[in-house]
Design a protein around this ligand. Structure first.
Ligand SMILES: Cc1cc2nc3c(=O)[nH]c(=O)nc-3n(C[C@H](O)[C@H](O)[C@H](O)COP(=O)(O)OP(=O)(O)OC[C@H]3O[C@@H](n4cnc5c(N)ncnc54)[C@H](O)[C@@H]3O)c2cc1C
Ligand SMILES: NC(=O)C1=CN([C@@H]2O[C@H](COP(=O)(O)OP(=O)(O)OC[C@H]3O[C@@H](n4cnc5c(N)ncnc54)[C@H](OP(=O)(O)O)[C@@H]3O)[C@@H](O)[C@H]2O)C=CC1
Ligand SMILES: CC(C)=CCC[C@@H](C)[C@H]1CC[C@@]2(C)C3=C(CC[C@]12C)[C@@]1(C)CC[C@H](O)C(C)(C)[C@@H]1CC3
Length: 524
């Protein structure tokens, strides 16, 4: 409690600085100019120090929990607490639907769900790593454990997750209930495909375990269900041996056709390539990267890209378009969190000079600002600006349709860099599976930034891309804005098993449907 109090006092103290500078600027330039164009002042003076305080607080809290070895013991108690909250909701005969109590601003998604204001909040305080079983090669974790926390713990022990989505603050619960992907997904599938079992608290307050052998229908329906079948309270996830470095090969490509050809070839070589990723810098310029885990590195080629004074990763990769193909050895954890420091390339809009060596050496150690704090403090003007002039979309399309999909993105939006990440989609039951009954290679095309197409319209252009994705039997990631109607959404995502389970588990009246949580009008 004392720590919480000092944390709050510190936050209020830090708040005073930027308020004074912002007030000073408003005198001369007007509020909108200051908020939008000079966001870096607020970010550098306020959010960066605050993000560091936030990190230190959680680091100390985790350290205490670990020292007291109390996490596994507390798990059962905390699950009981969640059960009693759900049972209380039931006995109240509440008309409200339920959602998790995690505030919308804390999540790694573009918007805040409006339902957080009206639904009954169930507080899930489950933040710990419970067990690592190196014999069975699994780890048991609670849903609020983050990717940063998991790599910090697992990698020094010589283990890692086969699929480790790169932003430090992504949570296990969010990645399972939503979707998680990484550059190893062409080999292992999505985050859900490296999960072995789930433990959930259901709408009647009971606890259910599920895996591919026990309660399989529930197991296959949980991913992409966005908390609408029950509350996740733990998950068992596969782990694999880690090595010290990733041997990363940069392959620059200078022609549109070659982008998809080289990318497809590398993605199909799952035995040779542990990691495959592409960054596309214009219609005909891209760098395709392939990586292998290794303990032997050529010392002259080691590059610790995660050090705060190093250039942003996407800028570093771009330089190979000029200098030609190359190989580097990157420490494993630096590789995993390679896009964290520059929040992919979103940071360049927020701190435009952030990649300048002077900034990196002086203040780089404070970056990145926490996405949650940026979200909390963005205000209405920036929110609207991001809605109308900025795109954040990840479209998952079959690899065979990659070329037409890149063309569609180019025609509708013309925005670069684009993130290209291959993944294998097994033919398993659930909301998301390939059209036939054979596993298929897909690619995630991630577009984050400001479109250059002068005819871009945030709703119309996104709807055209959504239409293309449905046509090729692809999927939209749902953490960003979706403009689909309910019918279009049902056409994209297979609801047959989901509908059956919602009926069996008496979810109507307890949880909203996925569409009611993710559609544009449900979010602010
Ligand atoms: C055997 C063992 C058991 C453990 N058991 C538990 C446990 O029961 N419960 C538990 O919560 N933790 C547990 N931990 C994890 C421990 O809290 C982390 O190892 C510690 O938080 C990070 O230390 P580090 O010096 O390796 O991180 P660093 O290498 O200094 O971290 C670098 C960066 O990683 C990210 N990061 C690091 N830690 C976190 C975090 N906690 N959350 C988000 N991002 C982070 C941040 O971006 C940070 O800047 C255990 C660790 C070990 C080795
Ligand atoms: N590389 C990648 O794969 C990336 C993935 N993402 C996306 O970010 C999101 C994850 O962000 P994060 O902030 O971790 O998660 P969120 O808090 O945004 O949670 C995402 C959804 O999962 C539900 N959920 C979370 N925990 C539980 C739980 N314990 N029980 C029941 N439902 C739960 C939430 O329900 P509720 O609404 O009730 O809170 C919400 O609908 C995912 O949607 C993911 O696709 C983003 C960036 C990169
Ligand atoms: C599948 C993969 C790799 C997805 C990567 C998605 C990231 C690029 C997204 C996730 C959250 C995200 C939408 C976010 C933003 C940028 C793009 C992010 C980081 C920012 C920081 C942009 C600036 C905005 O003012 C605001 C702070 C609200 C958001 C927060 C979420």
């Amino acid at each position: 409690m004392d720590t919480e109090l000092s944390f709050n006092v510190l936050m209020s103290g830090l708040a005073a600085l930027p308020v004074i500078s912002v007030l000073f600027l408003i005198q001369f330039k007007g509020i909108e100019y200051v908020i939008v164009k000079q966001r870096w002042i607020f970010v550098c003076l306020f959010l960066l120090p605050l993000s560091a305080v936030y990190d230190v607080y959680y680091f100390m809290r985790n350290w205490v929990v670990f020292r007291m070895s109390s996490a596994p013991k507390l798990h059962a108690e905390r699950v009981q607490d969640i059960q009693s909250q759900v049972k209380k909701w039931k006995s109240d005969k509440s008309q409200q639907l339920m959602c998790t109590g995690r505030p919308g601003w804390q999540t790694i998604s573009l918007r805040v769900g409006k339902y957080k204001l009206t639904h009954r909040k169930i507080f899930i305080n489950l933040v710990d790593i419970l067990d690592i079983d190196t014999e069975r090669q699994t780890m048991k974790v609670e849903p609020l454990a983050t990717m940063g926390q998991i790599t910090a713990m697992l990698n020094p022990l010589g283990w890692t997750l086969p699929v480790l989505p790169e932003l430090d603050d992504l949570t296990v619960g969010g990645l399972i209930m939503g979707v998680g992907i990484e550059s190893s997904s062409h080999k292992y599938g999505l985050f859900q495909h490296v999960c072995v079992s789930f433990e959930l608290v259901l709408a009647d307050g009971s606890v259910a375990q599920c895996s591919k052998d026990e309660n399989p229908e529930l197991f296959y329906s949980v991913p992409w269900s966005y908390g609408t079948l029950g509350f996740l309270v733990s998950a068992e996830i596969k782990i694999v041996p880690a090595k010290q470095y990733v041997r990363l090969e940069y392959k620059p490509v200078h022609c549109f056709d070659d982008v998809s050809n080289v990318f497809a070839k590398c993605s199909k070589e799952a035995q040779e390539n542990e990691f495959v990723e592409g960054l596309m810098y214009s219609k005909d310029k891209a760098v395709i990267m392939t990586g292998q885990l290794t303990d032997q590195a050529e010392p002259a080629k080691i590059n610790a890209i995660g050090n705060f004074w190093k250039p942003w990763f996407f800028k570093h990769v771009e330089s190979f378009l000029k200098t030609g193909p190359a190989v580097e050895y990157i420490p494993l954890r630096h590789y995993y969190h390679r896009h964290s420091r520059s929040i992919f390339w979103e940071i360049q809009d927020i701190v435009p000079f952030g990649n300048h060596p002077i900034f990196r050496y002086l203040l780089g150690w404070l970056t990145p600002p926490k996405v949650s704090l940026l979200k909390l403090t963005q205000g209405e003007i920036i929110r609207e600006l991001y809605e109308k002039k900025h795109v954040v979309q990840d479209m998952l399309v079959p690899l065979k349709d990659m070329k037409s999909s890149l063309m569609c993105f180019h025609d509708e939006m013309e925005m670069y860099p684009l993130w290209l990440c291959p993944f294998v989609l097994p033919a398993l039951p659930g909301m998301v599976h390939p059209l036939g009954n054979q596993e298929e290679l897909f690619v995630d095309i991630g577009a984050y930034g400001n479109p250059k197409n002068p005819n871009f319209h945030f709703r119309d252009s996104t709807r055209k891309v959504e239409e293309h994705v449905r046509k090729v039997n692809g999927f939209q990631m749902l953490y960003a804005d979706s403009y689909m109607t309910r019918e279009e959404f049902r056409e994209m995502f297979d609801h047959s098993l989901y509908d059956k389970l919602r009926k069996n588990l008496k979810c109507e009246g307890a949880f909203p449907e996925v569409y009611d949580k993710i559609n544009k009008s449900a979010r602010h």
